[in-house]
Design a binder for this molecule. Sequence first.
Ligand SMILES: Nc1ncnc2c1ncn2[C@@H]1O[C@H](COP(=O)(O)OP(=O)(O)OP(=O)(O)O)[C@@H](O)[C@H]1O
Ligand SMILES: [Mg+2]
Length: 236
Amino acid sequence: MDENGNAVLCRDVMKVFGRGDAQVQALRGIDMEAGLGEMTMLVGPSGSGKTTLLSVITGLLDATAGDLVVLGERPGRLSPEERILFRRKNLGFVFQQYNLIPALTAAENVAVPLLADGRKRQQAVAVGKAILDALGMSHRVHALPNELSGGEQQRVALARALIHDPRLIVCDEPTSALDARTGHAVMELLRAAAVRPDRAVIIVTHDARIFPFADRIAHMDDGRIVNLEVNGKKGD
Ligand SMILES: Nc1ncnc2c1ncn2[C@@H]1O[C@H](COP(=O)(O)OP(=O)(O)OP(=O)(O)O)[C@@H](O)[C@H]1O
Ligand SMILES: [Mg+2]
């Protein structure tokens, strides 16, 4: 966290991909905060920079310029090893493509963050099964990813992001493959994870059904935040 109770603080963050004619300005000066105890949503058209911003916040990509503070750390100042440890301990991700490990069952995929943390396999998988149970997946814990529907894979990815109780959970379209009821259950779970004083959730979404769960909604267009809604009201 920073001195103002933010989980994430971005000041004039830029990201440029490529060089010369092939150059793409994916982020053109992002100013935003994601508060602790809050759920922040990023919305905007395809190509507006949402995934790029999540990648920069989680330290998977380096910003080209600007200042970024995540849970009180400046990712740019950490060594590669420190960054990996910081991510492993503090962050949970759901990627736009779910990135499940094909050879592992659903419960084993969910257990991966605990295994990386040195927990015993049997114990880690048991915790994984319990989270899958809470997401209505108890009957599919032994299935491999390619045996699961898209919505089931999405819930496995979500369970994996939550299992080590990370301080910052970052999700790229976590409900895109889910029906209304399952999507609502997923959001209830994320909301419960977010509204603790030292936790935060940032979600990229096109799904208007889940907007009511947000504390703030940052609207992106062409690499910029063009509008900020706070608690559903129009902000600055
Ligand atoms: N690795 C990369 N190399 C070059 N350009 C990239 C790279 N990643 C993203 N871009 C470009 O940066 C811009 C922002 O992409 P980004 O993936 O952040 O969009 P998005 O808002 O997540 O879109 P979507 O809703 O389709 O997922 C796009 O123009 C995209 O083509
Ligand atoms: Mg994207």
